[in-house]
Design a protein around this ligand. Structure first.
Ligand SMILES: [Mg+2]
Length: 279
């Protein structure tokens, strides 16, 4: 903010952090989001969601800042957000895009090559299409379509035996994929994470105002937030109603919320703004 002696940034996970785990509501975070907007502190989504899903949320929130999609696979910066286009970005769809992982096509090719050995033992989003995703996930049509607009990763639904699944995952990994085991799906993607994406984007802000140090907060509730929580100046662990806090190596500048989800997010951001990080 003008007159401030540093550039403050908030990187935030969405599901279970800014959005309620059950209802996906951000209502409890709204007053604090508005306050950050008034203070000109960017709120930067960093999520496993797709570009289409984040764009929808940004429209709802009136958020005009960069965002990180598909677990750190790419950073989207609205064109002309910075004075000059950062190195290593390409221009597409009104964004400067920094890609930190191979495209989805790489994983679709690999999955189709594995059909021979594992035919009938797995399904995946691209092949299921919108109706199949709706059936499998219960998502309404528009949401299912957005979830399938993936650019860097592919969710796989394993149908076979557990022992075969281990071999399938090993085959994917041997071919260069990173496989994250989520609740319901295996996520097949490149070797990227939210932490590296945060560091790259933070460097862009630093370059914008080299004289002003960056003071950043990362907020998250899950294991896929760990790299980002370790990388930020301050980590905000948002309490989950369904699982423990992720384990961090760092011991200082860690805030743990008392409330869950967006209420915990608002509480933790307020703590950070007060400069009261506990240790
Ligand atoms: Mg989460």
């Amino acid at each position: 903010m003008p007159g401030d002696d540093r550039q403050r940034l908030v990187f935030t996970d969405l599901d279970g952090t800014l959005l309620d785990h059950h209802s996906y509501s951000y209502a409890d975070a709204m007053p604090r989001l508005r306050a950050l907007d008034r203070m000109a502190i960017p709120v930067i989504p960093a999520t496993s969601k797709t570009r289409a899903e984040v764009e929808q949320l940004r429209r709802e929130l009136g958020n005009r800042h960069p965002f990180i999609v598909e677990n750190g696979a790419a950073v989207f910066i609205p064109e002309d957000y910075f004075a000059s286009r950062p190195d290593g970005t390409r221009v597409s769809g009104g964004y400067w895009i920094r890609e930190l992982a191979p495209p989805r096509a790489r994983w679709l090719e690999l999955l189709s090559a594995l059909e021979g050995d594992y035919g009938g033992e797995f399904q995946h989003f691209f092949r299921l299409g919108t109706p199949g995703i709706m059936q499998l996930t219960g998502l309404p049509e528009a949401r299912a379509r957005q979830a399938n607009e993936r650019e860097y990763s592919e969710p796989v639904h394993w149908l076979g035996r557990e022992s075969r699944k281990q071999r399938f995952v090993a085959a994917l990994e041997a071919a260069g994929a990173t496989v994250l085991r989520g609740g319901r799906f295996l996520s097949v993607s490149g070797d990227s994470d939210k932490g590296r994406a945060l560091q790259w984007l933070r460097a862009c802000y630093r370059e914008r105002e080299p004289g002003l140090p960056v003071d950043d907060l990362a907020a998250g509730d899950g294991d896929n937030d760990r790299a980002m929580l370790e990388a930020a100046g301050t980590a905000l662990l948002v309490r989950s109603p369904v699982h423990d806090f992720p384990q961090l190596r760092r011991g200082s500048r860690v805030i743990r919320s008392r409330a869950t989800g967006p209420a915990g997010w608002a509480e933790g951001v307020a703590t950070w703004l007060r400069g009261d990080t506990g240790n």
